[in-house]
Design a protein around this ligand. Structure first.
Ligand code: NCD
Length: 315
């Protein structure tokens, strides 16, 4: 492993929100993720052989859970997988705080996904080991935003002038909340927020990004698909709806088809945090501009390897 050019600022720190990253932090994390890509492609290291991760997942997850576990193992560490909570003491009514206090006794870092906004912060308040937010309800998903931004800069190193369309459930989607806040730190992007009116981006995020850059809000993807360099489409977040009839009405609001992709720029990229539930037709997967099944997911592994090694003070 190469030594860091700049100092690791993350030793012992929690990763709770994208608000905590400076532009320099991002460059540093991305350079470490590139080093981790080499490590992961070659095999495994024993950099974190002293360490154990608890993956405390109160909500469903495939990629975030799987890539954190893989990241820990690629770095030689161990892990305690807690998914669903049916078989843990949570099912007996244990509080989040007590569960966190339990697993800090058994592990060196806790990765938490929970349905309540602010839950990762609550966990961090009682934990003496670093806590990483893997999604707090409709709040934030900072590690996803890092892997998304990493995917974007790897394709478009010059962020200034980049046109980014965020599409779908912008109200409830934590990935788009974190990503929009992160991208405005990186340069003068231009945003298209594309959603049905009732699922538009929360006002505080609009205010935050509006101060820095230009944002257009539209309902129809067709209106902007030809202009965007990045189209980032998301799932309508069924689990955040109290009324399932309105979910049923909205669930197929956006569908990216092969025909629609013909209107998109030749060198744009199509992203999705996944899972998709109909937002992108399978025939689009073969398009070379579709990165969601390739780079975007793999980058999640490299970013999470870098973050784990950083908070555990090994890079
Ligand atoms: C996202 C999430 O959990 O917020 N998934 C992920 O982590 N890749 C997106 C989603 O569930 O729609």
């Amino acid at each position: 492993m190469k030594t860091a050019n700049t100092k690791n600022r993350f030793v012992g720190k929690d990763i709770l929100s994208v608000d905590q990253f400076s532009r320099e932090d991002l460059d540093w994390i991305f350079s470490k993720a590139r080093e981790m890509r080499e490590v992961a492609q070659k095999g495994r290291t024993n950099l974190l052989s002293h360490a154990i991760l608890t993956a405390l997942f109160y909500e469903p997850s495939s990629r975030t859970f799987g890539s954190f576990v893989s990241a820990m193992q690629k770095l030689g560490g161990g892990f305690i997988p807690l998914q669903g909570m049916t078989y843990s003491s949570v099912a007996k009514g244990e509080t989040l705080e007590d569960t966190v206090r339990t697993f800090e006794c058994y592990s060196d870092v806790i990765v938490i996904r929970h349905p309540e906004v602010g839950s990762a912060k609550r966990a961090a308040a009682v934990a003496s080991v670093p806590v990483i937010n893997a999604g707090d309800g409709a709040g934030e998903h900072p590690t996803q935003a890092l892997l998304d931004a990493f995917t974007i800069v790897n394709t478009f190193p010059k962020i200034d002038g980049l046109k980014v369309a965020l599409v779908g459930d912008l109200l409830n989607g934590r990935t788009v909340h974190s990503l929009s806040k992160l991208l405005v730190k990186m340069g003068k992007v231009e945003f298209f927020f594309v959603s049905p009116k009732i699922l538009s981006m929360p006002q505080e995020i609009k205010d935050h990004v509006n101060k820095r850059i230009q944002v257009s809000e539209v309902e129809k993807l067709e209106e902007v698909i030809g202009k965007a360099d990045v189209v980032y489409i998301t799932r309508i977040q069924k689990e955040r709806f109290s009324d399932l009839t309105s979910y049923e009405k909205l669930k197929n609001y956006y569908v990216v088809t092969k025909t629609l992709m013909q209107k998109a720029k030749k060198n744009m990229i199509l992203m999705h945090p996944l899972p998709r539930v109909g937002e992108i037709e399978a025939e689009v997967d073969k398009d070379k501009r579709a990165v969601y099944l390739k780079e975007q997911m793999r980058n999640g592994l490299y970013i999470r390897m870098a973050l784990l090694a950083a908070v555990l003070g090994k890079i």
